[in-house]
Design a protein. Structure first.
Length: 236
């Protein structure tokens, strides 16, 4: 796990020992490696925002808690996970040692509002940073491959690639996709990562190219034995 930006005495130990272990059984899309990448994005955004940003104790805690409510690697396990994450934060008495009631409420709210499919308006900057940092990790090819491979284990590569294509079209398409960034700073940071994918999704013959690129990536990942550190069940 990367270096946490925390000032409050005892909070880092609490998060590392009491909260992060809860991710041990999570699927590859919502496990520790994901939390680490989202933290990195959140800190990058925090650096760009500078003094306009939020307290990093709060930001670190919110990112670490945002996917706690994922119960399994299935549609049902993910449905409502934002609501469960928020409830878990509210019920966590340990966090009250470090935060005021208002602060804890803001962390729970950031968890509640973090999903790309959330249709309400995010008011707090904390919520916006967490949601945008999470969205930035949704363009990650390796994460998607690991996630879909695990979720559709036993299906052919073509079938897995088709599921990924449908997912990307729904989420990342530049006009029709539901993934949006609240912060202009996040959109700028994410632009180069999205550009390649966006081209494929809107160009004629894009589906074919997407298939070729994904297939190459899948083979490369198998050959190098490259798996995320929280990838369970890979190859077994
Ligand atoms: Fe999530
Ligand atoms: Fe997430």
């Amino acid at each position: 796990m990367i270096k946490l930006r925390i000032k409050k005495p005892g909070l880092e130990t609490y998060l590392r020992e009491e909260i992060l272990p809860k991710y041990a059984d999570h699927d590859v899309g919502h496990g520790l490696a994901h939390i680490e990448r989202v933290l990195n994005f959140a800190y990058q955004l925090s650096d760009v925002l500078g003094k306009k940003g939020v307290d990093e104790d709060l930001l670190t805690t919110a990112v670490i808690c945002h996917d706690l409510g994922v119960t399994s690697n299935s549609r049902a396990g993910r449905a409502g996970h934002n609501v469960r994450s928020a409830a878990m934060v509210r019920a966590d008495k340990g966090l009250s040692r470090f935060f005021t009631r208002e602060e804890k409420r803001a962390v729970a709210m950031a968890c509640y509002e973090h999903r790309a499919s959330y249709r309400g308006e995010r008011k707090d900057l904390l919520s916006k940073i967490v949601a945008d940092a999470d969205t930035m990790d949704s363009v990650n090819f390796e994460r998607i491959i690991l996630y879909f491979e695990e979720r559709f284990a036993g299906e052919s590569d073509e079938s897995v690639i088709e599921q990924m294509w449908q997912h990307y079209m729904r989420k990342q398409h530049p006009e029709k996709g539901y993934a949006r960034y609240d912060l202009p700073e996040a959109a700028v940071m994410a632009a180069p990562r999205r550009e390649f994918l966006w081209k494929m999704l809107v160009e004629e013959g894009g589906r074919e190219r997407f298939g070729v690129v994904m297939k190459e990536k899948m083979v490369e990942m198998r050959e190098s034995g490259k798996v995320a550190d929280d990838a369970k069940g890979w190859g077994s």
